[in-house]
Ligand binder design. Structure first.
Ligand code: SF4
Ligand code: MG
Length: 333
């Protein structure tokens, strides 16, 4: 079966010029050769520290930013080179939910107008049909019907995110990119929103790219997880393998910071990352992680480790596995 979304070698570089804002000129390698696919009804969690390029991946694959290189296919069709007009039908199929629902909702529009706006933009239905559709979306997103007449500032953060979700659903999309959709919410509200997203996925066979900086947040919702570091995916596999047997030292370090109950935490010690996150402006050669990696070897400073399928279905980019799989990694034991 063809994946709904296939991303191959995606790059997004931003040129910068020496001047007031920067001491150096060069390129910001925000996304530097990222490949993954998402099946129908599947959630891929995309995790990494802030600034690693994960939001840029989401925006570039929706073509809200023009990719520097690579290909993006939706349902097997290459959309990489399409202009604004040709992109319109794909815009309907791919929607976004933002981190800060307040900033992404127009304060001068009522919740009902916000949710119904995509229908107007895409010229769908009569006014009466749109009203009915908006009422249905409100109900599905867990909002009271009378909330349609209220303005964004009258809602709590969780309710605002429900409005954002109702708006994203208006056009019956197949793929939703969630750019840290629960990061700004209280933990109890996070769980409600994640559960809502999972129910909607079941009901509508939605595919999600779920971006987060925290592995604990993606654990519940994801089927597979990709870990990003400085513009590249360093590890990608099904959720269970990632949490039980990380193959990349960076994933191991991220996991050691996640509080884990029960037996799975046994034997796991905290890996403290040393050094700073290198700048994505002209990043270091070799493995981008070498300055912070407890396992770094001389070749890590010069040779870029490719993302390879180390174990069937389990991809990692690390020279540790060059001569066979090294499990467990060991620094944390
Ligand atoms: Fe560490 Fe080297 Fe693996 Fe990079 S390639 S993660 S520096 S061991
Ligand atoms: Mg971001």
């Amino acid at each position: 079966m063809t994946a709904l979304l296939e991303v191959e070698g995606l790059k997004k570089h931003f040129p910068i010029h020496k001047g007031v804002f920067s001491k150096v000129s060069g390129q910001v390698y925000a996304v530097d050769g990222v490949s993954f696919s998402i099946g129908r009804g599947e959630t891929l969690g995309l995790v990494g520290e802030s600034g690693c390029g994960k939001s840029t991946v989401g925006r570039t694959l929706l073509k809200l930013l023009e990719p520097t290189d690579g290909t993006i296919k939706v349902g097997g069709e290459d959309i990489t080179g399409l202009g604004a007009q040709a992109m319109l039908p794909y815009r309907r199929r791919m929607q976004m939910i933002y981190q800060d629902p307040y900033a992404s909702l127009n304060p001068r529009m009522t919740a009902g107008e916000i949710v119904g706006e995509p229908l107007i933009v895409h010229n769908i239905g009569t006014p009466a049909e749109r009203r009915e559709r908006v009422a249905g979306l409100f109900e599905r997103a867990g909002l009271r019907p009378e909330a349609a007449n209220s303005y964004p500032h009258e809602f709590s953060g969780g309710q605002r995110q429900r409005i954002g979700i109702a708006r994203a659903l208006a056009l019956n999309p197949e793929l939703i990119v969630g750019d840290e959709p629960v990061s700004a919410l209280d933990v109890s509200i996070q769980a409600q929103i994640i559960n809502l997203l999972m129910e909607l996925q079941d009901e509508f066979q939605l595919s999600y790219l779920f971006v987060a900086h925290d592995l604990a947040v993606v654990e519940h919702i994801s089927h597979r997880v990709a870990v990003m570091y400085l513009g590249r995916i360093v590890e990608m596999t099904d959720k269970r393998s990632l949490f039980e047997m990380p193959l990349h030292p960076y994933t191991e370090a991220l996991l050691s910071a996640v509080p884990i109950p029960k037996s799975s935490a046994r034997g796991r010690k905290r890996v403290i990352l040393t050094g700073d996150v290198p700048s994505p402006i002209n990043p270091p050669p070799g493995c981008h992680f070498h300055a912070r990696c407890p396992y770094a070897m001389p070749r890590c400073k010069t040779d870029v480790p490719a993302l390879r399928e180390v174990i069937p279905g389990h991809f990692a980019s690390c020279h540790l596995h060059d001569g066979g799989v090294k499990v467990p990694l060991g620094a944390a034991a």
